[in-house]
Ligand binder design. Structure first.
Ligand code: NAP
Ligand code: MG
Length: 501
């Protein structure tokens, strides 16, 4: 089906938005970039341009930061009662839900993912995230500190950290935006959201919905742009907090800049997460969980299950079950009916994944299934779900480095005692998994794994109440849950001298 025909499948609201003049969102305005620069966002399913979007530069960053500062300090946001703040965030959740179909289509068009998953996963989870955040404002409490100073009374207040820069990636654009803005708004902060250049559309729509929900102008600003826009935000002296999700190299750079300015950062970075399939595991369930743990979203997940260590007793059975599932993958455009596997997000990402597949072959891994990236589903940046096997003796790049594509490496093991060390043998520490019927053994093993999340008999479970984040090179801090909220709060101790009794 031609690209034009596919785009005609968009519902009228999604088409109208994609074809509208797309501006930045600063306060209540939708300006072009001050210097008039733009960039193009593409449909990964066809490789064709969707729209031109402003590329925010220095003057735009300046204006957005000033606007967010004014909204923090002088605007109605500063004096809004907690219950009212919660109500507005809840209204935003309702509006995202009411516009779910349109947002899912925009996400499918811009990122390439199948629209049914965008709806089921991305939009639904974004709504849950915002609803969870809406409950927080009325529950942010200080403490009475049990001080031993005669005649003194001390209490703490939890106050918004200030103006935030929130930089998000392209794999779950709307959901990552919700993860960022939910707790920031709940805490009473104001923010500037910078979506990835590959996927700017849903963040711009989210910004509009926030205004429609009644969130005051200037509280949520959206600057589309590229890495230079993100860097300008991080460097800006009036930014009080930086939150970033993306690659480890960019995360390190952001941490260096923020460190120089002593600005707190939370970083949610890459991974090379291993699951361990023990000999007593339910092989069918383990293969199904592993399949979606790596091939969902075309492998573009920070917590992708990209290494699987399988006990030799069940190795062949697991590989066979995976290959059977892979044969059923229906590659196609995200808006086409029946698609369950979309393209990767960009030509760059396509090249990158292709190179990794070639390196796996060159370095002697066995290509068990998939591996093709040309001539698939006309025109887009497609890569087949790909499975490599290795005997555990080789030091492969595909075993060490984050690919961020649909490429899995399975390795057999026999020594169960040594398996935690092998799973931990990576610079990353985002997630890990265990498949077994021995629940005591599972907890023992989980406690030995250096990963921010450990999944037992499932992969990739998530909820706004559960902290998420990485150890080691996978990041700093946690998102979601109380910890996620705390990243947007400062503590102030107030002392009162009561005098001698
Ligand atoms: P990336 O460069 O880290 O991009 C993430 C976000 O940071 C984007 O909004 C990006 O803007 C922005 N950015 C880039 N350079 C910046 C800088 N110097 N200062 C501030 N912000 C900056 O990731 P990518 O290049 O799109 O993807 C490369 C690899 O990163 C992937 O292959 C994957 O391994 C990893 N990745 C991880 C995650 C995750 O969830 N942990 C998500 C995405 C990618 P632009 O997009 O406009 O450059
Ligand atoms: Mg795009």
């Amino acid at each position: 089906m031609s690209a034009t025909a596919l785009h005609e499948r968009l519902s009228p609201p999604a088409r109208a938005f994609a074809q509208s003049r797309l501006g930045l969102l600063i306060g209540g305005d939708r300006p072009e970039a001050a210097d008039g620069r733009t960039f193009t966002t593409y449909d990964p399913g066809t490789g064709r341009a969707i729209a031109d979007v402003p590329l925010a530069g220095g003057a735009d960053v300046e204006r957005a930061v000033r606007t967010a500062r004014a909204a923090l300090e002088d605007g109605p946001w500063a004096t809004l009662l907690p219950a009212e703040r919660g109500r507005l965030i809840g209204r935003l959740a309702d509006l995202v839900e009411a516009n779910a179909a349109e947002l899912a289509e925009l996400e499918a068009l811009d990122n390439g993912k199948p629209v049914k998953y965008a709806r089921m996963m991305d939009v639904t989870s974004a709504v849950q995230t915002l609803r969870y955040a809406a409950g927080w404002p009325t529950k942010i409490t200080g403490e009475t500190a049990p001080v031993s100073v005669p005649g003194a009374f001390c209490y703490t207040r939890r106050i918004p950290i200030g103006v935030c820069a929130q930089i998000v990636p392209w794999n779950f654009p709307l959901l990552m935006a919700a993860w960022k803005i939910g707790p920031a708004l709940a805490a009473g902060c104001t923010t500037i959201l910078k979506p990835a250049e590959q996927t700017p559309l849903s963040a711009l729509r989210l910004g509009e919905l926030a205004l429609e929900a009644g969130i005051p102008e200037g509280v949520l600003n959206v600057l589309t742009g590229d890495g230079s826009t993100g860097a300008l935000l991080v460097e800006h002296p009036e930014i009080d907090k930086v939150a970033f999700t993306g690659s480890t190299p960019v995360g390190r750079e952001i941490a260096r800049t923020a460190g120089g300015r002593l600005v707190p950062v939370t970083l949610e970075l890459g991974g090379k997460s291993a699951s361990i399939i023990l000999p007593d595991a339910d092989v069918r369930a383990a293969a199904a969980g592993t399949y979606s743990g790596i091939y969902f979203n075309s492998g573009q997940m920070c917590n992708a299950n990209s290494r699987v260590l399988v006990h030799e007793a069940v190795f062949d059975a697991v590989v066979e079950a995976l290959v059977r599932r892979m044969a059923k993958a229906r590659l196609g455009h995200g808006l086409a009916e029946g698609t369950d596997t979309g393209p990767v997000v960009s030509a760059d990402q396509h090249d990158r994944v292709r190179e990794y597949i070639a390196s796996g072959v060159d370095e002697g891994a066995e290509l068990v299934a998939g591996g093709r990236s040309e001539g698939l589903a006309d025109g887009g940046w497609f890569v087949e779900p790909t499975l490599f096997a290795s005997d555990g003796s080789k030091d492969l790049r595909i075993l060490r480095e984050e690919i961020f594509g649909p490429v899995l490496v399975v390795e057999p093991f026999s020594d169960t005692e040594a398996i935690a060390r092998r799973a931990n043998d990576t610079e990353f520490g985002l997630a890990a998994g265990i498949w077994t019927k021995d629940l005591v053994g599972a907890h023992r093993l989980a406690h030995r794994l250096r990963a921010g999340s450990v999944y037992v008999n499932g992969w990739g479970r998530n909820d706004p109440a559960a902290p998420f984040g990485g150890m080691k090179a996978s990041g700093l801090g946690r998102e979601q849950g109380a910890e996620g909220l705390n990243a947007y709060l400062e503590t102030q101790s107030v002392w009162l001298d009561l005098g001698a009794p």
